[in-house]
Ligand binder design. Structure first.
Ligand code: NAI
Length: 696
């Protein structure tokens, strides 16, 4: 008979029993693990264990609940049954934590009599980030161990290291060296101690101060806009301070069950799994190994080049900026330094770490020499095809054979850029987003001739410098900008038909966007869009009139909004008049437009374009599109992205609404895409469409 996989190993060191969680890669607490723990605890009790050490094998202690089991009937035993067995154990149970103890993993540790951790461990309750609350007593036990500080940990979801956990008081010791051995020794030494279980502690929750609690809660949830889970965390943690343990557990369970079934949590889990999926490229041959990159060269030290170079330096990849003049070079390097120095001043970066990062960054005006030493080149010069082609022809001559040449272009054709070289198979787009040292999204753009090796290299380097690389096909605007570009005509129409800029931005920001589309235009500069329209021979009456009035956005102190000296935006009387005059001139009767209509008319054109992008194979999977919007376009993760939005609305409704708005607004672009027609007719959804109809 083949051996069943063992999810919990039971070992002994004299009379100290060791239960090792063995569910690679991250020891999630799947049914078999819960059952194995329960059995192990019962066996240890029977065999008269003096102490029990609970430890993880492999990378860490436990990353928590098995999220793929969510939404299915829960098989016994529950985590709480395991915790009961721990808390009823006569022998103290000591959690020994290395790597991650997150979510249910940390809750398991909190139920133990004591906790020890290895240096470098990460302890946290990130449930809030998946849209729910800790559901196995974390909101009740942690406050009993550390008081009001628990609220911060649970509402932020951010993990802490063992030193901070020790200081806060929810672990008992930090043990360097071999953790299992050290933990066994610690357990043996302390086996006779009197431990008070977290559920029985009262010292940290005594003297509950409602006003102080509210004040802390308000601060912690101030930035979460329309997100529900932070509020659920506050409710559950409050119960720890105001109710007996078991009643508190009930409050927690109620919050957990409501939130986990809700749309926001589904959206957050969709993105959590999606981000892991999007970086995997389906049709990449197994032998397409990334080329080793130990030296990056960035051509152009402007806004984007500087940010890209900082990302590399931040993650320990030596990088050289190449500029055309000493002056431009110094300006570029200074801007990076100033950026780092601001972070040091704010306390988020140590001086030593800054110096380490700065040492990874060099600059030169000697193009040929620098490029000759490069393992990868990323070009970020002016957005002009002639300039790009000239630069790539030079790069091709100066770079060693086999070196990948990437362009950060946001609009130009990778194929045409590649045609300036004799190595088009090694040319690829690496489209970073501004500010490039901050934004996580990286659209890697595959040209017609781009090879798997170039793709693998761009993906690997992207990950290495802290980015989330998503591979897309070559087209105007790639995925993100192509889709956001499609909002423009409907926004123009909304403005003429009855909205003001602040109405549209208010609706989009209360939906959860970091910034509404018109305010975003002001930030980027309205002249950019005007130049594109001029080149394409298109018009946008309102936008054109705003630009004609000298309102180019924040940089001129006015755009769709007026700005004060602190760049605070205020509704503009002048813009209102421009819009009213235009509506009258164009004989558009203005009416009151409901928020839902605004939302749909801004989002549905993007959804429709997303469907076309899938039809064309520009994106591999719907999830890739959602991940792009969450990580590069200020779209809130708890909304799940545009394709998730469409699925929630139902593709039949999406089809009908698109057809309605196409007709009502005379916008042919809103005619439902063929893929939407097809899925709507089949009763399908984007979620059921595992990959695009054609490969990208
Ligand atoms: P920028 O004007 O700030 O910087 C361009 C820099 O390239 C200048 O410092 C210039 O001196 C240098 N340069 C020009 N020709 C050069 C050459 N032959 N050799 C070396 N250096 C040269 O422009 P920005 O905003 O950084 O844009 C660069 C590229 O990034 C463009 O292709 C743009 O489309 C793309 N991009 C821009 C984004 C943005 O938000 N600004 C976002 C994503 C991509």
């Amino acid at each position: 008979m083949a051996d069943e996989p063992r999810y919990v190993e039971h070992a002994f060191d004299g009379d100290v029993h060791i239960l090792r969680i063995a569910n690679a890669p991250v020891n999630t607490l799947r049914t078999e693990v819960r059952a194995g723990l329960l059995q192990g605890l019962q066996a240890a009790a029977k065999q008269g264990a003096r102490a029990i050490v609970l430890i993880g094998t492999g990378r860490g202690f436990s990353a928590g609940a098995e999220m793929t089991e969510f939404g299915k009937p829960r098989k016994p035993p529950s985590l709480n049954e395991v915790f009961d067995a721990i808390e009823n154990s006569r022998a103290p149970v000591v959690a020994a934590i290395h790597g991650n103890a997150l979510g249910g993993g940390l809750e398991l540790a909190l139920a133990c009599h004591a906790r020890v951790a290895a240096p470098g461990a990460q302890l946290g309750l990130p449930e809030v980030k998946r849209g729910f609350v800790p559901g196995a007593g974390g909101t009740q036990r942690l406050p009993r161990l550390i008081g009001l500080e628990a609220l911060r940990l649970i509402v932020s979801g951010d993990p802490v290291g063992p030193e901070e956990a020790l200081k806060l008081g929810f672990i008992d010791a930090v043990l360097p060296g071999d953790l299992e051995r050290a933990a066994v020794a610690w357990a043996r030494q302390h086996a006779g101690d009197k431990f008070t279980l977290a559920r029985h502690r009262t010292d940290k929750i005594a003297g509950y101060d409602a006003a102080a609690f509210d004040e802390a809660a308000k601060k912690l949830t101030a930035r979460s806009r329309g997100q529900e889970s932070p509020k659920g965390c506050v409710t559950a943690v409050r119960a720890a301070f105001t109710m007996p343990f078991d009643e508190g557990l009930n409050v927690e369970r109620e919050q957990f069950q409501t939130l986990v079934a809700g749309e926001q949590s589904q959206a957050l889990r969709h993105i959590f799994f999606g981000e892991r999926e999007a970086v995997r490229i389906p049709d990449l041959p197994a032998d397409a190994k990334p080329l080793p990159v130990n030296k990056l060269v960035v051509i152009g030290g402007g806004t984007m080049g500087g940010g890209i170079a900082m990302s590399a330096a931040n993650f320990g990849l030596p990088v050289t900026i190449v500029e055309t003049s000493e002056e431009a070079l110094q300006k570029g390097l200074k801007r990076c330094e100033a950026n780092w120095e601001r972070t040091v001043k704010s306390g988020r970066l140590s001086q030593a770490e800054y110096e380490k990062r700065r040492a990874n960054l060099t600059g030169t005006t000697d193009f040929d020499k620098a490029v000759g030493e490069a393992d990868l080149v990323i070009e970020a010069v002016f957005e002009n095809m002639e300039v790009k082609k000239e630069v790539f022809a030079r790069l091709d001559k100066a770079a060693r054979p086999g070196v990948v040449l990437a362009s950060n272009t946001s609009t130009l054709s990778i194929d045409e850029i590649a045609s300036a070289t004799r190595r088009p198979e090694l040319v690829i787009g690496m489209h970073f987003f501004s500010p490039a040292n901050v934004m996580r999204l990286l659209e890697n753009v595959k040209g017609a001739k781009t090879s798997p090796v170039a793709i693998a290299t761009a993906t690997e380097v992207g990950k290495r410098i802290g980015k989330l690389p998503v591979l897309v096909g070559n087209c105007d605007g790639f995925v993100g900008n192509r889709m956001t570009g499609k909002r423009g005509p409907q926004i123009e129409k909304l403005l003429l038909e009855g909205c003001l800029p602040q109405d549209i931005d208010r609706v989009m920001e209360s939906y959860g966007m970091a910034m509404g589309p018109l305010a975003t235009g002001d930030l980027a500069g309205l002249d950019i869009g005007a130049a594109v329209r001029k080149a394409r021979g298109t018009v946008a009456p309102v936008a054109d009139a705003v630009v004609a009035a000298g309102r180019l956005g924040q940089k001129t102190g006015k755009g769709y909004y007026d700005y004060d000296e602190n760049r605070k935006r205020m509704p503009s009387k002048e813009v209102e008049q421009i819009i009213l005059d235009l509506a009258e001139k164009m004989q558009v009767r203005r009416r009151k437009i409901e928020d839902q209509e605004i939302l749909e008319r801004v989002l549905l054109p993007m959804v429709n374009e997303g469907a076309r992008i899938l039809e064309e194979g520009i994106a591999y999977r719907p999830i890739d599109i959602d991940v792009i919007f969450i990580n590069g376009f200020g779209w809130p993760a708890f909304r799940g992205g545009p394709m998730f939005f469409a699925d929630r609305l139902g593709l039949k409704a999406v089809r009908d609404k698109l057809a309605h708005y196409a007709e009502a607004t005379g916008d042919a672009n809103l005619k439902p895409a063929a893929l939407i027609e097809k899925l709507a007719a089949e009763g399908g959804s984007f979620a059921t469409l595992k990959s695009a109809p054609k490969a990208a």
